[in-house]
Ligand binder design. Structure first.
Ligand code: Z5A
Length: 213
């Protein structure tokens, strides 16, 4: 393995776009090149951060989570995940593939909930410093299809119960992020069949990742 620098790859998108499915494609790509890597996710990735995830996803009829609490919990989980998992892995030369990261905060808490981007940016700077993903794959899909896919899996979590307008805003914010940072972000049409999406993803990996190995 001749990696100069371990890469930090993130996969993003709104509800049911196929992140888990296509992270497997990335894993196979790295395995085929003997690139050491870990798979992780946000919110979560450590025992403490997974407990925060449970709080974030739980439907609690007695007390709704206020928007600022939600934002702070997301970043609390991220701080723990970065210190305990992401930074140590990168320091050991292991690539990190993360199912969602801070773009999700801009999309869900910023776009969906309407929280001020400046507040998110200041927390991002506090928690991450200069650390950003090297490559972000954004799977883009009409939320109506994504929700349909998710609802076929069973009971819906707290986010999945949001109205379609919420997911339209999330999707749009992801597209805005990609347009503002095309060097880092690649958008894939996740409305195509699985084979087409995987093939497009491999093409992106060959062009953007191969030069690092
Ligand atoms: N959240 C937040 O608010 N702020 C933050 O900063 C962060 C997160 C980091 C949990 O995330 C929630 O946290 C998330 C936002 C919030 N809530 N929502 N919504 P999550 O990643 O666990 O939640 P999720 O979006 O529901 O992910 P998921 O359930 O893992 O879905 P997915 O990984 O994108 O999809 P999948 O499981 O790979 O695929 C879904 C189904 O569709 C499955 O049956 C596949 O076989 C099928 N599929 C996938 N692709 C295709 C294609 N191309 N054609 C046909 N069928 C397909």
């Amino acid at each position: 393995m001749g990696a100069e620098k371990a890469m930090f790859l993130t996969v993003e998108g709104a509800e049911g776009v196929g992140k888990s499915t296509h992270i497997e494609t990335i894993k196979n790509f790295l395995d085929s090149r003997d690139i050491p890597h870990i798979l992780t996710r946000e919110p979560g990735g450590t025992p403490v951060a997974e407990r925060i995830r449970e709080l974030l996803l739980a439907v609690d009829e007695d007390e709704t989570l206020c928007e600022l609490s939600e934002l702070l919990l997301v970043f609390a989980a991220r701080a723990q995940h970065l210190e305990r998992v992401v930074k140590p892995a990168l320091a050991q030369g292991k690539w990190v593939i993360c199912d969602r990261f801070t773009d999700a905060t801009y999309a869900y808490q910023g776009g969906g909930r309407g929280l001020d981007v400046a507040i998110i940016a200041s927390l991002e700077s506090l928690v991450q410093g200069e650390l950003k993903p090297d490559l972000t794959i954004i799977l883009d899909l009409d939320p109506r299809i994504g929700i349909q896919r998710a609802s076929e899996r069973g009971e819906l979590d707290r986010f999945e119960r949001e109205q379609i307008e919420f997911f339209d805003k999330v999707r749009q914010r992801y597209l805005d992020i990609a347009a503002a940072d095309p060097q880092r972000c690649a958008v894939i049409d996740a409305g195509n069949d699985l084979a087409t999406v995987s093939s497009e993803l491999r093409k992106i990996l060959r062009s953007r990742v191969a030069r690092h190995v």
